[in-house]
Every structure is written in structure tokens, then in C-alpha cells.
Design a protein around this ligand. Structure first.
Ligand code: NAD
Length: 481
């Protein structure tokens, strides 16, 4: 099998780096090999981007024409949704149904940024003298986009669409675990008529490919989604190079259930909040705080619901929990369960691989609920990124807020209560970028998304999601002479 090429300008290039093996985590079969970019090929991609972005036909393209291109990309994604969904399913093991939803969401992201681009305006400021001042927005130039493996379909659209809407060129480096969704996005952009060089996709590992991209002197911005440790590497390069940086990082989000909550909805919301996507979601609700008076009853329902979840092949009818995205990642998740047991955590359900012969070949792990630990335990503090939920009781609201905030992360939080005043108080006190009240994991491209504390810097999505790829420029016009 020859290794797949990547995209530089309008050329499909076979890279000189060590190829990546893409393995289906549901059954350990080889999907394909993908060739990777060395530093000189990263340089070629950035040069292609610089050249294409400097072309006035792109830089000064009228907003409605740029929007038309983005709508065309959306149409092509929608037309190829089934194929893209199947591809993501084979690369990271996500359920086919979820992959379909994410392909639709990627198309919607391009449509949204087409509309944002076409309707964005410059701003006139109230004068404070005999002048008028206005602010216009210029593209940053070439943006480097680095993405993780858990949701390439949505994450890559979330970076490429606003970057193009803002008039930039992009060099995308997808995760080495899911290397080809980005390549397909690059192909569709070309097919839609986006000028060659505006979207380049270099396959490769974080090192050397990702790092070479970050250090390239002609890259003017970083848009990164991934783990907090890697985020720090990106931020260090950004500090040295002084380039604007968006960081969407890890989480350890609390779900909070008060005694007055609708029990059925809260149980379902907590189970879905942690076990959907096999827990491999940055916003997974992985720490559960339940009011002491409801604790035993809630736990019983939670364990019963968790045990009933159908762990299965990603494209099998009725599967609710698929495999982890890789075998190495399952090893990591297992090591956390060992750590929890060492700290005297009690595993109420899960805590092992499934018995089924059919699933033995894949990187499966059972949804796991752990009790008996303090919020300071390692599994309550570190992001596991797997199907593991730690449950803790709480007695009063102040103590609850202190514990929920006692984490380096601040990505999301769920609050389940019938009392809107309590919901408001707690929502305002929690340090997190997204708070869900009587719901969880609702996401919308029109609503800003990002983290507090070590969960990130800056915000993606919404109108500001396009502005993040632009530089404000203020013009002063003297009017009395
Ligand atoms: P990761 O940090 O290992 O990798 C992310 C990307 O960075 C990949 O493309 C990788 O190749 C690259 N990379 C790794 N090391 C690098 C280096 N030294 N220099 C340059 N690039 C490097 O993350 P992952 O394991 O792919 O994804 C899981 C993580 O992503 C979790 O922590 C999860 O919470 C986070 N995530 C966050 C969000 C969000 O929006 N906040 C969304 C999805 C995932």
C-alpha cells in the first residue's frame, strides 16, 4: 500500500517524513498509510499560503463572493457527508450516527461563516474631536491550524471556515490519529473554487511537522485545539514569536445535581454528558457532584443506566458507546482506573474491558463509575478523556462551588435544578466558559466557545470566531480642514 499524499497549493505531495499508519480502533485493521511532511515540505506549504493570500483577488475579494465560495464548500461537504462520516468512524471509532451529525455540523459551520463574512461591517466610532474614526478588520495572513483526533470533522471546519471568511490562508495539520479528514476538506475547498494555496494540509506528527509549522516565520497566527500540555508548547512558541493564538484545551467539567432536579432528565443528562463519544469529549462531564439528600437514590439510577448502555461496534444498530480512539489511549484510560483503585476508589460499574468476543479485537472499555474519592484524587483532577465518571456528594452550595472550581480546568459545567435563582447563582460562580442548565452538551456554532483557566485562551465560534482571525485597524479622518 503506498502512503497517501498531502496538499500543498494545488499539488498532492508524497512527504519525506515517516508515514503514519491509520488504524481502525474498532477492529485493529489498517485503514491506510499517510505520508508526512518534513520541515522543507512544511516550508513549501507556508510559502504556497503566503503567495496565495497576498494575491489581491483573494485578499480584496468582495464579501458576497467570498461567502459564495464558503457556501459551495458547505454544499460539497453536505453532498459527501455519508462518506466523510464513514471515514471519521474508521479513523477514531466514533459511532456512525455521531459522525453523520458532525459532517452536517461541518457544512453548517461553513454556511454560518459565509453569512458572518457577508454581513460583517466596519465600525464608526463616536467622535471626540473634529475627526471621525473607524475600525476596519484586516486578515492576519497565514494561520496555522492544529487539530486533535476526537472530532476532526467539526474542529477542522471550525478553524478553516472562519479563517477563510476573514480573508486568510491556512496551513492545517490534522492529528496523526485522524490524518485524512483534513485532507478531504482541503480537496473539497479546491473543488469549490477556493484558490490553490489558500488551504494547505500537511500530514504529520506534532514533532517534527507541527512544531516546524509553529516556528515558521511566515505563519502569523496559531489556532490550536488539543491537550493542555501541548497547548503550553504552542503558547511558548507564540510567546517567543509574538503571534496571536487561540487555544482550545482540555477539561474536567463538573456536573451538579441538586435535590430538586428532575431526576429522569438529570440521570439521562449525566450519562450522556460523560459516556457519549466514549468520554472523548473536551466538555465531558467527568466529575459529578450530587446533593447529599439525593445521593443514594441518584447513584442507584446512575449505575443502572450506565450498566444498560450498549457498548458496540460504531456502525452496529443500537450501539451507544464505541471504542476508544486508539489502543494506546485505552492503555492510558486503564492506567487511570488502576490509580483510582490505589487511592481506594470504589468502581461501581465498568472498570474493565467488555467480555464480548466481537469487541475483543477493538480498543473497547466499559463505561465506568467511581465513588469514594475526594475531589483532590488524581482521577478527579486530571483529564482522562475516556468513559470514566467520578461521583462526589455535597451538602451546601458554597462548599459545592469551591469544589467544582477546585481544578486547573474551566471548560464547561452542567447544573440540574428546578430553582432558577440557584441555577443563576451557581452558574455565575462557576469558572467555566460554557454552563448548561438542565441540559448538557448543547452546542451551537453561533455561540462563543472556549475555556477559563488552563482550558484555553480566546473563543471560537460566533461572530467573534471570525474576528479572531483578523487584526483591527483604526483610521482617523480629520474633518475640519
Ligand atoms: P494533543 O495535544 O496530543 O494533539 C493536538 C494536536 O497537536 C495534534 O495535531 C498533534 O499532532 C499536535 N501536537 C502534539 N504535540 C505537538 C508539539 N509538540 N508541537 C506541535 N504540535 C503538536 O491532543 P489530542 O490527544 O489529539 O486531543 C485530545 C485533547 O484535545 C484533549 O485534551 C481534549 O480535551 C482536547 N480538546 C479540546 C477541545 C476544546 O475545544 N477545548 C476540543 C477537542 C479536544
Amino acid at each position: 500500500m503506498s502512503a497517501l499524499p498531502f496538499l500543498v497549493g494545488d499539488s498532492w505531495v508524497v512527504g519525506s517524513g515517516e508515514p503514519i499508519r491509520s488504524v481502525n480502533p474498532a477492529d485493529a485493521t489498517l485503514n491506510y498509510e499517510v505520508s508526512t511532511a518534513d520541515a522543507s515540505q512544511v516550508d513549501a506549504a507556508v510559502r504556497a499560503a503566503v503567495k496565495a493570500q497576498a494575491n489581491p483577488c483573494w485578499r480584496r475579494m468582495k464579501p458576497h463572493e467570498r461567502a459564495r465560495l464558503l457556501y459551495r464548500v458547505a454544499e460539497l461537504i453536505a453532498a459527501r457527508a455519508e462518506e466523510l462520516a464513514g471515514r471519521q468512524m474508521r479513523e477514531n471509532g466514533k459511532l456512525r450516527a455521531e459522525c453523520r451529525g458532525q459532517a452536517a455540523s461541518a457544512a453548517a459551520t461553513f454556511r454560518y461563516y459565509a453569512a458572518v463574512c457577508e454581513s460583517a461591517s466596519s465600525e464608526l466610532t463616536a467622535p471626540r474631536g473634529s475627526y471621525y474614526s473607524m475600525t476596519v478588520y484586516e486578515p492576519v495572513g497565514v494561520a496555522a491550524a492544529l487539530t486533535p483526533w476526537n472530532s476532526p470533522l467539526t474542529m477542522e471546519a471550525q478553524k478553516v471556515a472562519p479563517a477563510l471568511a476573514a480573508g486568510n490562508a491556512v496551513v492545517l495539520k490534522p492529528s496523526e490519529v485522524t490524518p485524512t479528514l483534513g485532507l478531504e476538506l482541503g480537496r473539497l475547498c479546491l473543488e469549490a473554487g477556493v484558490p490553490p494555496g489558500i488551504v494547505n494540509v500537511v500530514a504529520g506528527r506534532g514533532q517534527p511537522t507541527g512544531l516546524a509549522l509553529l516556528w515558521h516565520p511566515q505563519v502569523r497566527m496559531f489556532a490550536f485545539t488539543g491537550g493542555t500540555a501541548t497547548g503550553r508548547v504552542v503558547a511558548r512558541v507564540a510567546a517567543e514569536r509574538l503571534v496571536p493564538t487561540l487555544l482550545e484545551l482540555g477539561g474536567k467539567s463538573p456536573q451538579i445535581v441538586f435535590a430538586d432536579a428532575d431526576l429522569d432528565k438529570a440521570v439521562a443528562g449525566v450519562i450522556d454528558g460523560i459516556f457519549s463519544s466514549t468520554g472523548q469529549s473536551c466538555v465531558a462531564g467527568s466529575r459529578l457532584f450530587v446533593e447529599a439528600s439525593l445521593y443514594d437514590r441518584f447513584l442507584e439510577r446512575l449505575v443502572e443506566g450506565t450498566r444498560k448502555l450498549k457498548v458496540g461496534l460504531p456502525d452496529a444498530e443500537g450501539s451507544q458507546v464505541g471504542p476508544l480512539a486508539s489502543f494506546a489511549h485505552r492503555d492510558r484510560v486503564e492506567s487511570y482506573i488502576e490509580a483510582a483503585r490505589k487511592e481506594r476508589g470504589e468502581v461501581l460499574v465498568g472498570g474493565r474491558r467488555p467480555d464480548s468476543q466481537e469487541l475483543k479485537k477493538g480498543a473497547f472499555y466499559l463505561p465506568t463509575v467511581i465513588v469514594g474519592l475526594s475531589n483532590r484524587a488524581r482521577v478527579c483532577q486530571e483529564e482522562i478523556f475516556g468513559p470514566v465518571l467520578c461521583v462526589l456528594p455535597f451538602k451546601d452550595e458554597d462548599e459545592l462551588v469551591a469544589q467544582a472550581n477546585d481544578t486547573v480546568y474551566g471548560l464547561a459545567c452542567g447544573i440540574w435544578t428546578a430553582d432558577y435563582r440557584k441555577a443563576w447563582r451557581v452558574a455565575r460562580a462557576i469558572e467555566a466558559g460554557t454552563i448548561w442548565i438542565n441540559t448538557y452538551k448543547q452546542l451551537s456554532i453561533s455561540t462563543p466557545f472556549g475555556g477559563f483557566k488552563e482550558s484555553g485562551l480566546g473563543r471560537e465560534k460566533g461572530v467573534g470566531g471570525m474576528r479572531a482571525y483578523q487584526l483591527a485597524k483604526s483610521l482617523y479622518w480629520q474633518v475640519d480642514a
